[in-house]
Design a protein around this ligand. Structure first.
Ligand SMILES: *Cc1c(COP(=O)(O)O)cnc(C)c1O
Length: 223
């Protein structure tokens, strides 16, 4: 677990650039989340539906839960009542399912469009042409109970930080292109979710507004 002084320093560095920290707590027990909660952290990220639901039930109600993993539509109903932001919207069918669930629960669900910026084929996400095609057919107001608030991406898992930098720069360019074309009048489209433990300083330099950091806070994951 990160020491309080180191945590303060991280938060301070991020705040100087206007970046929010999403503490990625996947695989870590509720006590560890509470340790960070007591240091003031409120936004946590999880990538499995069941684990997220269990933790949300057990932990304080003012935690803002971010879903960052691949999401199957049939599991959406479990998190729809409370999830703050879904970072991993990579297809039209998911977007329209989120719309239905948000409407059913009388709430707005924030979403980020996930883009494939890495070289690994295993990582999910759309391409810019796919997103443009989607938004041309279904402009943002086609989903009145969904707030499309920005983009998300994961860089290639590599030590080559120049490659990582180019990928983050590409995601920022995608954000700008969509902003100009579809969201100019919509100030809520403002988030660029990029940067993890190994690459967050590069993401910060390339215009991240949200970093998703796990192992640097909680230690290495064992499963
Ligand atoms: C696990 C995960 C993270 C955090 O990774 P760390 O290397 O532990 O900081 C960030 N984003 C996504 C989508 C993840 O699955």
């Amino acid at each position: 677990m990160i020491a309080p002084a180191a945590f303060e320093e991280l938060i301070h560095k991020l705040a100087q650039r206007g970046i929010r920290l999403i503490a990625v707590s996947k695989t870590h027990p509720p006590e560890q989340i509470m340790a960070l909660y007591r240091m003031g952290q409120r936004a946590f990220g999880e990538n499995r539906v069941q684990e997220l639901v269990r933790k949300a039930e057990a932990l304080p109600g003012d935690i803002e839960w971010h879903f960052i993993g691949h999401l199957q539509s049939n599991k959406l109903k479990y998190i729809a009542p409370f999830v703050h932001t879904i970072h991993s919207v990579d297809r039209l069918s998911l977007l329209s399912d989120i719309q239905s669930e948000a409407r059913r629960h009388h709430r707005i669900i924030r979403c980020l469009l996930q883009f494939h910026i890495a070289t690994e084929a295993t990582k999910h996400g759309m391409t810019l042409p796919e997103a443009v095609d989607l938004l041309e057919r279904y402009p943002p107001d086609a989903f009145p109970d969904v707030a499309i608030s920005g983009v998300m991406g994961m860089a290639t898992f590599t030590e080559d930080m120049e490659q990582v930098r180019m990928e983050f720069r590409a995601l920022k360019a995608i954000f700008n292109a969509l902003k100009v074309r579809f969201f100019e009048e919509l100030p809520g489209f403002q988030e660029v979710s990029m940067g993890m433990s190994a690459d967050w300083p590069v993401a910060a330099e390339e215009g991240s507004t949200m970093v998703r950091i796990g192992s640097m806070l909680f230690g290495e994951r064992t499963n």
